[in-house]
Ligand binder design. Structure first.
Ligand SMILES: [Zn+2]
Length: 328
Protein backbone atom coordinates (compact mmCIF):
# COMPACT_ATOMS: atom_id res chain seq x y z
CA UNK A 1 0.00 0.00 0.00
CA UNK A 2 1.34 3.35 -0.98
CA UNK A 3 0.85 5.52 2.10
CA UNK A 4 -1.04 3.64 4.82
CA UNK A 5 1.56 1.26 6.27
CA UNK A 6 -0.79 -0.55 8.69
CA UNK A 7 -2.71 -1.90 5.68
CA UNK A 8 0.37 -3.62 4.26
CA UNK A 9 -0.48 -7.15 5.51
CA UNK A 10 -4.00 -6.87 4.07
CA UNK A 11 -2.61 -5.61 0.80
CA UNK A 12 -0.30 -8.62 0.69
CA UNK A 13 -3.29 -10.88 1.13
CA UNK A 14 -5.17 -9.19 -1.71
CA UNK A 15 -2.22 -9.15 -4.02
CA UNK A 16 -1.70 -12.88 -3.36
CA UNK A 17 -5.23 -13.47 -4.67
CA UNK A 18 -4.21 -11.79 -7.92
CA UNK A 19 -0.81 -13.41 -8.32
CA UNK A 20 -2.28 -16.85 -7.63
CA UNK A 21 -5.16 -16.29 -10.01
CA UNK A 22 -7.81 -16.77 -7.38
CA UNK A 23 -9.38 -13.34 -7.24
CA UNK A 24 -12.66 -13.78 -5.32
CA UNK A 25 -16.00 -12.82 -6.87
CA UNK A 26 -17.07 -11.19 -3.62
CA UNK A 27 -14.90 -9.57 -0.98
CA UNK A 28 -15.97 -8.15 2.36
CA UNK A 29 -13.67 -5.54 3.91
CA UNK A 30 -14.61 -4.70 7.48
CA UNK A 31 -13.03 -2.70 10.29
CA UNK A 32 -13.61 0.48 12.29
CA UNK A 33 -14.10 3.89 10.73
CA UNK A 34 -10.92 5.68 9.78
CA UNK A 35 -8.82 2.55 9.19
CA UNK A 36 -8.62 3.09 5.43
CA UNK A 37 -11.01 0.39 4.20
CA UNK A 38 -12.10 2.40 1.17
CA UNK A 39 -8.51 3.31 0.25
CA UNK A 40 -7.58 -0.37 0.41
CA UNK A 41 -10.56 -1.28 -1.79
CA UNK A 42 -9.77 1.49 -4.28
CA UNK A 43 -6.10 0.54 -4.55
CA UNK A 44 -7.08 -3.06 -5.12
CA UNK A 45 -9.63 -1.96 -7.70
CA UNK A 46 -6.97 0.08 -9.51
CA UNK A 47 -4.67 -2.95 -9.48
CA UNK A 48 -7.38 -5.26 -10.85
CA UNK A 49 -8.24 -2.83 -13.62
CA UNK A 50 -4.61 -1.98 -14.50
CA UNK A 51 -3.26 -3.31 -17.81
CA UNK A 52 0.27 -3.50 -16.46
CA UNK A 53 0.42 -4.22 -12.70
CA UNK A 54 3.74 -3.48 -11.02
CA UNK A 55 5.76 -5.12 -8.30
CA UNK A 56 3.75 -6.09 -5.22
CA UNK A 57 0.68 -6.06 -7.45
CA UNK A 58 0.25 -2.29 -7.42
CA UNK A 59 -1.38 -0.44 -10.32
CA UNK A 60 1.05 1.22 -12.75
CA UNK A 61 -0.84 4.54 -12.61
CA UNK A 62 -0.07 5.37 -16.24
CA UNK A 63 -1.82 2.84 -18.51
CA UNK A 64 -5.11 3.62 -20.21
CA UNK A 65 -7.13 1.81 -17.51
CA UNK A 66 -5.31 3.56 -14.67
CA UNK A 67 -5.89 6.97 -16.27
CA UNK A 68 -9.59 6.24 -16.77
CA UNK A 69 -9.91 5.03 -13.19
CA UNK A 70 -8.19 8.14 -11.86
CA UNK A 71 -10.51 10.32 -13.93
CA UNK A 72 -13.45 8.38 -12.45
CA UNK A 73 -14.60 7.29 -15.86
CA UNK A 74 -13.50 3.66 -16.12
CA UNK A 75 -16.41 1.81 -17.77
CA UNK A 76 -15.72 -1.36 -15.77
CA UNK A 77 -15.81 0.28 -12.36
CA UNK A 78 -19.01 0.95 -10.44
CA UNK A 79 -19.29 2.48 -6.98
CA UNK A 80 -22.63 2.07 -5.26
CA UNK A 81 -23.65 4.11 -2.24
CA UNK A 82 -26.87 5.65 -0.90
CA UNK A 83 -28.27 8.30 -3.28
CA UNK A 84 -28.62 10.69 -0.34
CA UNK A 85 -26.76 10.87 2.97
CA UNK A 86 -28.69 9.13 5.72
CA UNK A 87 -30.68 6.98 3.26
CA UNK A 88 -30.48 3.29 2.41
CA UNK A 89 -29.15 1.61 -0.71
CA UNK A 90 -32.40 0.65 -2.44
CA UNK A 91 -33.58 -2.37 -4.37
CA UNK A 92 -33.82 -0.20 -7.51
CA UNK A 93 -30.13 0.60 -7.25
CA UNK A 94 -29.30 -3.09 -6.87
CA UNK A 95 -31.57 -4.03 -9.80
CA UNK A 96 -29.87 -1.46 -12.01
CA UNK A 97 -26.51 -2.81 -10.91
CA UNK A 98 -27.49 -6.40 -11.71
CA UNK A 99 -28.77 -5.37 -15.15
CA UNK A 100 -25.48 -3.65 -15.84
CA UNK A 101 -23.51 -6.66 -14.63
CA UNK A 102 -25.48 -8.96 -16.94
CA UNK A 103 -23.63 -7.31 -19.86
CA UNK A 104 -20.02 -8.23 -20.57
CA UNK A 105 -17.24 -6.02 -19.18
CA UNK A 106 -16.12 -3.41 -21.73
CA UNK A 107 -12.40 -4.20 -21.47
CA UNK A 108 -10.56 -7.51 -21.30
CA UNK A 109 -9.69 -7.33 -17.62
CA UNK A 110 -11.76 -7.41 -14.47
CA UNK A 111 -14.84 -5.38 -13.71
CA UNK A 112 -15.08 -4.10 -10.13
CA UNK A 113 -18.02 -2.96 -8.02
CA UNK A 114 -17.58 -1.29 -4.62
CA UNK A 115 -20.64 -1.16 -2.36
CA UNK A 116 -20.17 1.15 0.60
CA UNK A 117 -21.45 1.24 3.30
CA UNK A 118 -22.73 -2.24 2.54
CA UNK A 119 -24.86 -2.44 5.68
CA UNK A 120 -27.08 0.30 4.24
CA UNK A 121 -28.59 -2.08 1.70
CA UNK A 122 -32.16 -2.39 2.96
CA UNK A 123 -33.74 -5.81 3.29
CA UNK A 124 -35.14 -5.96 -0.24
CA UNK A 125 -31.87 -4.68 -1.70
CA UNK A 126 -29.83 -7.20 0.31
CA UNK A 127 -32.03 -10.07 -0.85
CA UNK A 128 -31.76 -8.99 -4.48
CA UNK A 129 -28.00 -8.73 -4.08
CA UNK A 130 -27.89 -12.19 -2.53
CA UNK A 131 -29.54 -13.58 -5.70
CA UNK A 132 -26.74 -11.99 -7.72
CA UNK A 133 -24.11 -13.57 -5.46
CA UNK A 134 -25.68 -16.97 -6.05
CA UNK A 135 -25.04 -16.56 -9.77
CA UNK A 136 -22.28 -14.00 -10.16
CA UNK A 137 -21.16 -12.83 -13.59
CA UNK A 138 -17.74 -13.59 -15.05
CA UNK A 139 -14.62 -11.44 -14.46
CA UNK A 140 -16.51 -9.38 -11.91
CA UNK A 141 -15.36 -8.62 -8.37
CA UNK A 142 -17.78 -7.09 -5.88
CA UNK A 143 -16.18 -5.46 -2.84
CA UNK A 144 -18.44 -4.79 0.13
CA UNK A 145 -17.18 -2.31 2.71
CA UNK A 146 -18.63 -1.98 6.18
CA UNK A 147 -17.81 -0.96 9.73
CA UNK A 148 -20.92 -2.81 10.94
CA UNK A 149 -20.54 -6.35 9.53
CA UNK A 150 -23.13 -7.77 11.95
CA UNK A 151 -25.82 -5.78 10.14
CA UNK A 152 -25.25 -7.68 6.90
CA UNK A 153 -27.25 -10.77 5.97
CA UNK A 154 -25.35 -13.83 7.18
CA UNK A 155 -26.04 -15.45 3.82
CA UNK A 156 -24.25 -12.57 2.08
CA UNK A 157 -21.31 -12.65 4.49
CA UNK A 158 -20.86 -16.39 4.02
CA UNK A 159 -20.43 -15.92 0.25
CA UNK A 160 -17.62 -13.38 0.61
CA UNK A 161 -13.90 -13.72 1.19
CA UNK A 162 -13.27 -11.63 4.28
CA UNK A 163 -10.64 -9.06 5.11
CA UNK A 164 -11.11 -7.75 8.66
CA UNK A 165 -8.85 -4.81 9.45
CA UNK A 166 -7.74 -4.88 13.06
CA UNK A 167 -6.66 -2.06 15.34
CA UNK A 168 -3.21 -1.02 14.13
CA UNK A 169 -0.27 -0.98 16.53
CA UNK A 170 -0.30 2.20 18.63
CA UNK A 171 3.40 2.99 18.43
CA UNK A 172 3.46 2.60 14.64
CA UNK A 173 0.44 4.88 14.32
CA UNK A 174 2.03 7.50 16.53
CA UNK A 175 5.06 7.69 14.31
CA UNK A 176 2.94 7.72 11.13
CA UNK A 177 0.89 10.61 12.49
CA UNK A 178 4.02 12.51 13.48
CA UNK A 179 5.13 12.36 9.84
CA UNK A 180 1.82 13.77 8.64
CA UNK A 181 0.97 16.54 11.07
CA UNK A 182 2.67 19.32 12.98
CA UNK A 183 0.24 18.98 15.88
CA UNK A 184 1.50 18.14 19.32
CA UNK A 185 -0.53 15.86 21.60
CA UNK A 186 -0.52 13.09 19.01
CA UNK A 187 -1.37 10.36 21.53
CA UNK A 188 -4.28 12.37 22.87
CA UNK A 189 -5.68 12.98 19.38
CA UNK A 190 -5.28 9.30 18.56
CA UNK A 191 -7.08 8.42 21.75
CA UNK A 192 -9.95 10.82 20.87
CA UNK A 193 -10.17 9.19 17.46
CA UNK A 194 -10.42 5.86 19.30
CA UNK A 195 -7.33 4.55 17.56
CA UNK A 196 -8.45 5.33 14.00
CA UNK A 197 -5.44 6.81 12.20
CA UNK A 198 -7.29 8.61 9.38
CA UNK A 199 -9.79 10.08 11.81
CA UNK A 200 -6.90 11.19 14.04
CA UNK A 201 -5.25 12.88 11.06
CA UNK A 202 -8.50 14.65 10.22
CA UNK A 203 -8.81 15.78 13.86
CA UNK A 204 -5.24 17.07 13.80
CA UNK A 205 -5.82 19.00 10.57
CA UNK A 206 -9.06 20.53 11.77
CA UNK A 207 -7.60 21.45 15.15
CA UNK A 208 -10.46 19.51 16.68
CA UNK A 209 -8.76 19.45 20.09
CA UNK A 210 -9.58 23.11 20.69
CA UNK A 211 -13.23 22.54 19.80
CA UNK A 212 -13.45 19.46 21.99
CA UNK A 213 -11.96 21.39 24.93
CA UNK A 214 -14.61 24.09 24.52
CA UNK A 215 -17.38 21.51 24.39
CA UNK A 216 -16.02 19.73 27.44
CA UNK A 217 -15.96 23.07 29.25
CA UNK A 218 -19.64 23.66 28.38
CA UNK A 219 -20.46 20.15 29.56
CA UNK A 220 -18.72 20.87 32.89
CA UNK A 221 -20.62 24.15 33.16
CA UNK A 222 -23.89 22.29 32.78
CA UNK A 223 -22.91 19.97 35.60
CA UNK A 224 -22.34 22.99 37.83
CA UNK A 225 -25.62 24.61 36.69
CA UNK A 226 -23.66 27.56 35.29
CA UNK A 227 -25.34 27.31 31.92
CA UNK A 228 -28.67 25.91 30.77
CA UNK A 229 -28.49 22.68 28.72
CA UNK A 230 -30.84 24.10 26.06
CA UNK A 231 -28.44 26.97 25.35
CA UNK A 232 -25.56 24.52 24.97
CA UNK A 233 -27.69 22.31 22.68
CA UNK A 234 -28.42 25.37 20.51
CA UNK A 235 -24.70 26.08 20.17
CA UNK A 236 -23.79 22.48 19.54
CA UNK A 237 -26.06 21.91 16.54
CA UNK A 238 -23.93 24.46 14.68
CA UNK A 239 -20.80 22.33 15.25
CA UNK A 240 -21.48 19.88 12.44
CA UNK A 241 -17.86 18.74 12.31
CA UNK A 242 -17.77 17.70 15.97
CA UNK A 243 -18.65 14.08 16.82
CA UNK A 244 -20.42 15.24 19.97
CA UNK A 245 -22.30 12.05 20.79
CA UNK A 246 -19.07 10.08 20.56
CA UNK A 247 -17.31 12.62 22.76
CA UNK A 248 -20.05 12.54 25.39
CA UNK A 249 -20.01 8.75 25.28
CA UNK A 250 -16.26 8.72 25.98
CA UNK A 251 -16.73 11.26 28.81
CA UNK A 252 -19.32 8.99 30.43
CA UNK A 253 -17.20 5.86 29.91
CA UNK A 254 -14.23 7.66 31.48
CA UNK A 255 -16.38 8.80 34.41
CA UNK A 256 -17.41 5.20 35.01
CA UNK A 257 -13.77 4.13 34.80
CA UNK A 258 -12.77 6.86 37.25
CA UNK A 259 -14.82 5.07 39.90
CA UNK A 260 -11.94 2.63 40.04
CA UNK A 261 -8.22 3.20 40.50
CA UNK A 262 -6.99 3.78 36.96
CA UNK A 263 -4.05 5.54 35.40
CA UNK A 264 -4.55 8.12 32.68
CA UNK A 265 -3.48 5.77 29.88
CA UNK A 266 -6.63 3.75 30.35
CA UNK A 267 -8.90 6.72 29.62
CA UNK A 268 -10.15 8.11 26.28
CA UNK A 269 -9.60 11.60 27.73
CA UNK A 270 -6.44 11.30 29.79
CA UNK A 271 -5.96 15.09 29.88
CA UNK A 272 -9.32 15.53 31.65
CA UNK A 273 -8.69 13.02 34.41
CA UNK A 274 -8.75 15.54 37.28
CA UNK A 275 -12.03 17.07 36.15
CA UNK A 276 -13.60 13.68 35.64
CA UNK A 277 -12.48 12.42 39.00
CA UNK A 278 -13.95 15.35 40.90
CA UNK A 279 -17.20 15.01 38.92
CA UNK A 280 -17.62 11.33 39.60
CA UNK A 281 -17.43 11.80 43.34
CA UNK A 282 -20.83 13.42 43.35
CA UNK A 283 -22.67 11.31 40.78
CA UNK A 284 -24.22 7.92 41.47
CA UNK A 285 -23.29 5.04 39.17
CA UNK A 286 -26.84 4.06 38.27
CA UNK A 287 -27.52 7.41 36.61
CA UNK A 288 -24.25 7.23 34.70
CA UNK A 289 -25.13 3.83 33.27
CA UNK A 290 -28.58 5.10 32.29
CA UNK A 291 -27.05 8.06 30.47
CA UNK A 292 -24.56 5.73 28.78
CA UNK A 293 -27.44 3.55 27.53
CA UNK A 294 -29.29 6.61 26.28
CA UNK A 295 -26.20 7.76 24.36
CA UNK A 296 -25.81 4.37 22.69
CA UNK A 297 -29.47 4.30 21.66
CA UNK A 298 -29.34 7.86 20.31
CA UNK A 299 -26.07 7.18 18.48
CA UNK A 300 -28.00 4.82 16.19
CA UNK A 301 -30.27 7.70 15.14
CA UNK A 302 -27.38 9.85 13.97
CA UNK A 303 -27.38 8.49 10.41
CA UNK A 304 -31.07 9.33 10.07
CA UNK A 305 -32.81 12.67 9.66
CA UNK A 306 -33.33 13.01 13.43
CA UNK A 307 -33.78 16.50 14.93
CA UNK A 308 -30.35 17.07 16.44
CA UNK A 309 -31.41 20.00 18.58
CA UNK A 310 -33.95 17.80 20.41
CA UNK A 311 -31.45 14.97 20.62
CA UNK A 312 -28.77 17.16 22.27
CA UNK A 313 -31.37 18.76 24.55
CA UNK A 314 -32.57 15.38 25.78
CA UNK A 315 -29.05 14.19 26.55
CA UNK A 316 -27.83 17.42 28.12
CA UNK A 317 -30.94 17.79 30.27
CA UNK A 318 -30.46 14.20 31.47
CA UNK A 319 -26.85 15.09 32.24
CA UNK A 320 -27.87 18.25 34.09
CA UNK A 321 -30.54 16.38 36.12
CA UNK A 322 -28.05 13.68 36.98
CA UNK A 323 -25.78 16.26 38.58
CA UNK A 324 -28.63 18.02 40.38
CA UNK A 325 -30.09 14.80 41.67
CA UNK A 326 -26.93 13.76 43.43
CA UNK A 327 -25.65 17.03 44.70
CA UNK A 328 -28.02 16.98 47.65
ZN1 LIG B 1 -2.09 0.69 -15.03
Amino acid sequence: MSNLPWLEPYWQHLSDYSSQNRVPQALLISGHKGFGKLQLAREYTAALLCDNPQQKGLACECCNSCLLFKAQSHPDFIQLQPLEAGKNITIDQIRQLITRLSLKPQFDGYRVVIIEPAELMNNAAANAFLKYLEEPTERTVVILITDKPTRLLATIVSRCQKIAINQPDKAALNSWLKQHTQQENISLILSLAQGSPLLALQYANENILKLRNECFEAWLNISQQHIHPIIVAENWIKLTEAPLLTWMTTWIIDLIKCRFPINSDGLYNPDKKDHLQSLVERIESKGLYELYDLLLIRQKLLDTTVNKQLLYEEILITWSDLNLRNKT
